[in-house]
Design a protein around this ligand. Structure first.
Ligand code: NDP
Length: 390
């Protein structure tokens, strides 16, 4: 039987990589839902190429364009108002959650209800809404698989391992495009430079997050949410080649690491094939000794990357602190990409929000529903904007 697949955010970097994997084995997959925000042309092309049953375009100004282009096909077209949960009656085999930002939270919650397995690339959703997601995962008996390469690797390394068996979990960071430039030059870096990641081809937002290491702040929070290991066990180490994705040091003296090329199709295909116990198999090249010989590891210089000091603050100042930091960061990254603020202003402004007199009130709330997360997210967005507009 063909596997029924949905991709939320199919026009982005992760969404396209997922479709590339499926394209190589089309006879075994039935793509039943794709979603996009603005890139209606790509969505139409994907719908035709994969004979997709349903597509949803979030930005309503493009709805009629998508509808008209697909009117001679069997594809149903849905708009932003559609509740994803209303499209399917039975359960799909696999959904990829690959929308960028907290905008992916509600669609991911909806998708949990109609998916046997949900693969989550959208880390903002995990860090802001894990309390809600985990309840829905349990209620609907949906399996969650992390796609972020570090978390995918930690999961592989720690199968059947408990907290007591582990001393340390290292999440590697490439250091991004500014690892070696003089620090004072970081003041004037442009969006084009910040989005040019040395090893990975990714969407703009995560590329900026990788350039100032906010991405690592989010990844540690993400790990503390999805794994039951003590939060003090996580450490970030710079590994410029990005070949090693995570390292675990066990109490029995063993250290294990997972290595693979910088290609997100590797974690994606492993989750697409292995969630049912199948083994993903692909012809791979011999291990290149040159690559192994060039591997280096460095401690993080927090003067260059002050963002990393936010990790402790995020983990210890209230359950909704990650939501506040994420919302503030989303606003600031957009402002930076629009050339309205400088690169270093991103982390500086996030730090300011911790000093706001209302911060504690919002950070300490208990996130019982999506509405709670939304309310705090809105407060942080408005507060951040007010700090930037002079
Ligand atoms: P992209 O920016 O390339 O793609 C984002 C996708 O989300 C697009 O399909 C976009 O649609 C859609 N989208 C954007 N805004 C909205 C919205 N408001 N409502 C609905 N859909 C929206 O991002 P990436 O693929 O790089 O990243 C996706 C997620 O995966 C992020 O959370 C990122 O942190 C995570 N991730 C990415 C990795 C990578 O290698 N790229 C690695 C690990 C994690 P449209 O194209 O129409 O605008």
């Amino acid at each position: 039987m063909k596997k029924k697949i949905a991709i939320l955010g199919s026009t982005g970097s992760i969404g396209k990589s997922t479709l590339e994997v499926i394209k190589k084995d089309k006879k075994n997959f039935d793509v039943v839902l794709l979603t996009a925000n603005n890139n209606y042309k790509k969505l139409i092309q994907q719908a035709k190429e994969f004979k997709v049953k349903n597509v949803l375009i979030k930005n309503n100004s493009f709805y009629s364009k998508v509808k008209n282009s697909l009117k001679k096909t069997k594809t149903k077209v849905f708009s932003a108002e559609t509740n994803l949960g209303s499209i399917f009656s039975g359960k799909l085999d696999y959904t990829m959650s690959a929308i960028v930002g907290v905008a992916g939270l509600q669609p991911t919650v909806d998708a949990i209800k109609f998916s046997k397995t949900i693969a989550i690339a959208n880390k903002e959703t995990i860090i802001c809404g894990w309390e809600i997601l985990s309840k829905h995962l349990k209620k609907h008996k949906t399996k969650m698989l992390p796609i972020d390469s570090e978390h995918f690797s930690i999961l592989e390394l720690t199968k059947n391992v408990n907290n007591e068996a582990i001393d340390e979990i290292i999440i590697t960071a490439s250091g991004g495009p500014f690892l070696n430039i003089p620090k004072k030059k970081m003041i004037n870096v442009k969006p084009e430079e910040a989005t040019k990641h040395p090893n990975w081809k990714m969407g703009k937002k995560i590329s900026v997050d990788s350039a100032n290491l906010m991405n690592k702040v989010f990844e540690v929070i993400e790990a503390t949410k999805i794994f039951n290991f003590n939060k003090k066990k996580y450490r970030i180490v710079i590994h410029p080649q990005s070949y090693v994705h995570s390292i675990v040091r066990f109490r029995n003296g063993l250290i294990k690491m997972i290595l693979y090329n910088t290609d997100m199709k590797i974690p994606i295909s492993n989750t697409l094939y292995s969630y049912k116990g199948e083994n993903y198999q692909k012809k791979t090249k011999m291990i290149d000794t040159n690559t192994l010989n060039k591997m280096t590891f460095l401690n993080v210089d927090t003067k260059r990357f002050p963002s990393l000091k936010l990790i402790d603050k995020c983990l210890n100042s209230g359950r909704l602190t990650p939501t506040i930091v994420n919302a503030s960061n989303e606003v600031l990254v957009d402002l930076f990409l629009a050339k309205k603020i400088g690169f270093l202003d991103i982390v500086k402004t996030i730090n300011k929000i911790f000093k706001d007199k209302e911060f504690k009130k919002y950070a300490k709330r208990n996130p019982r529903s999506l509405k709670d997360v939304e309310m705090v997210d809105n407060w942080a967005r408005l507060k951040t904007l007010s700090m930037c507009v002079r």
